[in-house]
Design a protein around this ligand. Structure first.
Ligand code: DC
Length: 249
């Protein structure tokens, strides 16, 4: 080794370390991904929406994407047990999220279907559509493409495991079944749907079972996810808890 080669090697490795620090910092700041999974009615969407607004991130509601596919499939008269027909439709599906008057809208082939996808008919059918591994593969790919821009909060069932396994933060948000059914009832009534609590509760119980039992993308708590039980907390309290956990308060 010559006298000159050591400092040069040292300078190169210092430069390399600096570049890596800058890259990691940029990645942390520019490409942060937050995954929020959990059962229906646990408050995921409210939380994810508020968190994204607070951080200036994009919010992606993947449940709404499965609902949009279900709506399109029912419109087209497809058999919900036919994975080939459903995955063909999923490939063609053009879904975009748009903000109008501060509200996030879901556009499917340019049509605003934000309200109709919350109907009891879609709620009862969506888990059946989402259970097909072929359909999930396509939807997961679409969701990953949407998240590529970074600075996203994405909620669903399989986000931490399948869609964003490299997410910077993974949360599993849950609440007890009665509380979840009550929240979903209020949400549906606010959308103008007349439903009774028992049928909401039964639908939720069925969906929980189907979402947890499917072979791919099942709802589960991951070893690296932080569990938040929202049963006894309101939306602001849960948001404050998450902001604290990610070091943003
Ligand atoms: O969150 P939600 O209730 O709008 O979701 C609707 C359905 O879509 C739900 O029954 C489970 C399914 N879903 C899924 O399988 N994977 C996701 N990432 C999001 C939702």
């Amino acid at each position: 080794m010559t006298k000159r080669s050591m400092p040069r090697r040292f300078a190169f490795s210092s430069l390399w370390s600096c570049a890596r620090i800058v890259y990691n910092t940029c990645e942390r700041v520019l490409f942060v991904k937050i995954a929020i999974d959990g059962p229906a009615g646990a408050g995921k969407s409210t939380l994810a929406r508020a968190l994204a607004a607070r951080l200036g991130y994009i919010y992606i509601d993947t449940g709404a994407m499965y609902r949009a596919l279900t709506w399109k499939a029912l419109q087209a008269g497809l058999d919900l047990n036919d994975p080939m027909a459903l995955s063909g439709l999923a490939v063609e599906l053009n879904i975009a999220f748009d903000k109008q008057d501060g509200q996030q809208r879901l556009l499917c082939q340019g049509e605003d279907i934000s309200a109709i996808i919350r109907s009891p008919q879609i709620s009862a059918a969506v888990s059946q559509v989402a259970a097909h591994p072929q359909v999930r593969q396509i939807m997961v790919h679409k969701q990953q493409q949407l998240a590529q821009v970074g600075r996203v909060v994405m909620d669903g069932r399989d986000i931490g495991e399948q869609v964003l396994p490299d997410a910077n933060y993974k949360f599993f948000v849950t609440a007890d079944l009665q509380e979840r059914a009550e929240r979903r009832l209020q949400e549906m009534e606010a959308c103008g749907f007349q439903v009774d609590k028992d049928s909401v509760l039964q639908d939720m119980r069925n969906r929980d079972l189907m979402d947890a039992a499917r072979s791919v993308g099942a709802l589960k708590i991951l070893p690296d996810s932080i569990v938040i039980d929202t049963s006894a907390y309101n939306a602001e309290e849960v948001l404050a808890q998450i902001l604290y956990l990610i070091g943003e308060c």
